[in-house]
Design a protein around this ligand. Sequence first.
Ligand SMILES: O=C([O-])CC(=O)C(=O)O
Ligand SMILES: [Mg+2]
Length: 389
Amino acid sequence: MKIVSIREKTVPISSAIRNAYIDFSAMTCSVVAVVTDVAREGRPVVGYGFNSNGRYAQGCLLRERVIPRLMSAEPASLLNDAGTNLDPHRIWARMMINEKPGGHGERSVAVGVIDMAVWDAVAKIEGKPLYRLLAERYRNGQADDRVFVYAAGGYYYPNKDVKALQDEMKGYLDRGYRVVKMKIGGEDLGQDLRRIEAVLKIVGSGDRLAVDANGRFDLDTAITYARALAPYRLFWYEEAGDPLDYALQAELAGHYDGPMATGENLFSMQDARNLIRYGGLRPDRDWLQFDCALSYGLVEYLRTLEMLNANGWSARRCIPHGGHQLSLNIAAGLGLGGNESYPGVFQPFGGFADDIPVEDSYVRLPDVPGIGFEAKRELYRIMQPLGES
Ligand SMILES: O=C([O-])CC(=O)C(=O)O
Ligand SMILES: [Mg+2]
């Protein structure tokens, strides 16, 4: 067997929303199809992947470096020992040939989208949902049958008033979510507190609301917000300062007893390890949001989980950023603490299988081979033409 072709395209995921750092008016994403010569039910197995929001499409890196390296490899060198399936670890090593360490930046996104498609293909070739395959390979077969998910939204929109924010949050509760997330740091503290209090009126208590500053604050502002937020006893206070400013994060822990979350903008095991070493995070209450679709994929995420384990962190402290089905499979298969969800934004890339409801902030996974894209119609409508053209 072999990879026959790898195709990629750029699609828009733009919208009028803004967080404290960027607006999404020009946001794009890469979609890839890894086409194999393996047939299942009379059709070639195709694995699909895409990158999550926050970083842009990676067409140039994919076309110039990542895809040519795979297509020029000896096909058997990308397979498992038995030659019966793709080997994601060997494929990863080939994608990263002649890449120096450090400076992970956008390269990690390009590798991540292909890695997602490879795992999708591997599970389809084995004929099982990816989360089951992961549980069998890495967790003695023990998969969680449902995953905690929270509804992320609460963006700043042009002319959006507090009433509209409340309506948005009410919509998430109506759809089965117990925990919601909103943006902070895009207005002044007084206005943000008014927005927070308005949302608390809808969700009822602070442990059902997370807030996300998207790395906007310097240390003084992060501490000022920490003092103002503390009495609400929130679900978490996310990405207060620059994602690479581990000293800020560590200092902030001395000013905020409640849970904090960060990590969505760290793109390698080594960066994650620096956060664990120097960021002052507390394994009994804080949350880690590394997103494999931005950070070299699941092969690298397995290394990150190993690193966490070696440092006394449970995988249950991980609730990845990105709201996509790959992280949902990882959460169920490898026993993470949950997954982000975007019921109202970044569609159709955010969200899970169409016909599976969220109940009490938990969701189940569809029983289809692979990651489950075929069970999400609007997303598959974008992917399928790429794989079958
Ligand atoms: O607004 C964004 O960039 C997305 C984000 O931080 C999140 O989902 O936590
Ligand atoms: Mg965030």
